[in-house]
Design a protein around this ligand. Sequence first.
Ligand code: PLP
Length: 446
Amino acid sequence: MNTPICDFVRTYANSKQLRFHMPGHKGAGTLGIEHLDITEIEGADVLYRAEGIIKESELNASALFGSALTKYSTEGSSLSIRAMLYLAMLYAKSIGREPRILAGRNAHHTFMTAAALLDLKVDWLYPEHWDNLVACEITPDYLDHVLCSQTKPAAVYITSPDYLGNVADIAELSAVCHKHGILLLVDNAHGAYLNFLSENRHPITLGADICCDSAHKTLPVLTGGGYLHISKHAPECFCQQAEKALSLFASTSPSYLIMQSLDAANRYLAEGYAEKLADYVPFVGELKVRLADFGYTLHGNEPLKITIAPKNLGYTGYELAEILAEHRIICEFADPDFVVFMLTPEISKEDLDHLVQTLCAVPRKEAIDIKPPMPSKPKQICSIREALFATSTEVSIQDSLGQTLASTRISCPPAIPIVVCGENIDEDAIRCFEYYGVEMCQVMKE
Ligand SMILES: Cc1ncc(COP(=O)(O)O)c(C=O)c1O
């Protein structure tokens, strides 16, 4: 697989021409990578009017992911999520449906801000058994039941995999959506690598109409590198309007370092990555068995995430993460209940083994019997947009009772809101904020 963006930039850098164009470092500087950092000069193509090397590279990515169109983002999945929602809105308008999205409640912060920017109406899909803020299991039967009982939304929006490594049944969920004539949008920020498993579990393969991937989260790509994938069965306007949708929200100075990284990844992924995963995933599976045999409670079904709930061994997630940090092991995420490790084949099997040995050397203590409080389904007072654009004031969590949340800035890590802006803060929500250590919040002024 060729790498047209990398080739162009290297040739340009080697030609040592005088750079009377941006960026200001002019190709040299303290990082040592400045010579590869260019802007949209002649021949370098234009990210959201791609006709040259960027288009050629994106076609490579599209072939790898089996999409009708794959566009690059140098601003992560966040940009792709805004574009997805914009496209869903355009489509809704074209078929005379209201701009309303039915979304799994564990949607990322970016989804809320995008909904506010686009003035989207959001109805939440709560799981049947809600025992965890980060996870939100929506079964196909339950989705079918919900869709039968309401007027058709423009689209259903699911986050899969979630931060704890739960992968939804996208094949069945998309079948349900399509039976009802509704689009399925997937936040696949954590799942780009699912495309390369022996059994392809990527949302585009399984029937989603459109999805975002943070290439940088699970593939060897620089931070910020992402994709917007459009499926072959998505409405025509999605491919036609994708560049416009992205450019509405994107910087006009996309990073060519990130684009080179995405470009180079195409070759890396095409040449032996699936084989690498086929060897690595079963090894990770064996490690999970070792951890479970030791007594750890594991969570989630994602092959390359290890999520441990350590309270049964006497530790909060924070405490376990701290112990690991003393051993120079840094996890992805920790909260009172979980520690999450994100793995890729870039971590050697020896290093993985070291992680498991360290975890299995932790002395057991008396189990902690404190369950996380759950918010009740908060009452919506006004739209996300009205709340986010309202004048607001900062108050302590204890003083926020009965007020309407104005800003999404308070969020339980990993950026999943306990209360969405525009919702009433009740006693259950306050208990949650306290549990996750949130002390202040922005509420709407009267
Ligand atoms: C589920 C989910 N969606 C979207 C995002 C945003 O992705 P990015 O950081 O690539 O913009 C994140 C980031 O952590 C995420 O966890």
